[in-house]
Write a protein that binds this ligand. Structure first.
Ligand SMILES: CC(C)(COP(=O)(O)OP(=O)(O)OC[C@H]1O[C@@H](n2cnc3c(N)ncnc32)[C@H](O)[C@@H]1OP(=O)(O)O)[C@@H](O)C(=O)NCCC(=O)NCCS
Length: 172
């Protein structure tokens, strides 16, 4: 999947160090479940789990011109019977934030899921206090469905997820 500025491709083993730096970046990781440090062996096992699973796919967003890695899009829980799946997106390379790259990347993936994989509904969870992300997904067309109360324990307190989804027919 690509447009003039970016290409969305499968993750490769050579991307792992950059992905690890994003996963443990203070700014990015504050909106996700806390993680213990991981070894290169654990990271390799995680990668093998990703490439061998039929129900999920990790994608990299890459700058067409500089080949710099921009971020990641995950497609999870692919359910071919009920025609739904979960997505997540992270712009790990902060120089690309706020430039519309996240929206255009997500659009490429969502269009692929709806029109090539025949998904009916795409859903996601995002921390309630991650206001920018909630706004980002609402602007994209996702609608809030409810709260998953006290699902994560971060900074010594339980925090909730907003559950959001996008149905093919309601796409903006
Ligand atoms: C959520 C996240 C992906 C959004 O990324 P982003 O880079 O801010 O997204 P975009 O640039 O596509 O859109 C955001 C804003 O840029 C604006 N924008 C769009 N095109 C633009 C352009 N060419 N130049 C400047 N701004 C632009 C959008 O209109 C939007 O503006 P808004 O303030 O009115 O909402 C990013 O903040 C992130 O990675 N967060 C950490 C991980 C996370 O929380 N993920 C969500 C849970 S899965």
């Amino acid at each position: 999947m690509k447009n003039k500025l970016i290409t969305i491709r499968s993750i490769e083993e050579k991307d792992l160090n950059v992905i690890q730096s994003w996963n443990f970046d203070e700014e990015t990781s504050k909106y996700f479940s806390p993680r213990l440090p991981i070894s290169s062996n654990e990271q390799k096992k995680w990668f093998e789990g990703q490439v061998n699973s039929p129900s999920k796919k990790k994608l990299i967003i890459e700058d067409n011109q500089t080949k710099e890695l921009i971020g990641m899009i995950g497609i999870m829980n692919i359910d071919h019977v009920n025609k739904n799946c979960e997505v997540g997106i992270t712009i790990g390379n902060h120089t690309y934030l706020g430039k519309g790259i996240a929206s255009s990347s997500l659009k490429l993936v969502v269009d692929f899921l709806f029109y090539q994989m025949n998904m009916h509904m795409i859903y996601l969870t995002v921390l309630e206090n991650n206001k920018n992300a909630v706004k980002f997904f609402e602007k994209f067309g996702f609608r809030k469905q409810g709260l998953l109360h006290d699902i994560l324990f971060i900074d010594n307190k339980y925090q909730s997820y907003v559950w959001m989804n996008l149905i093919k027919e309601n796409q903006k």
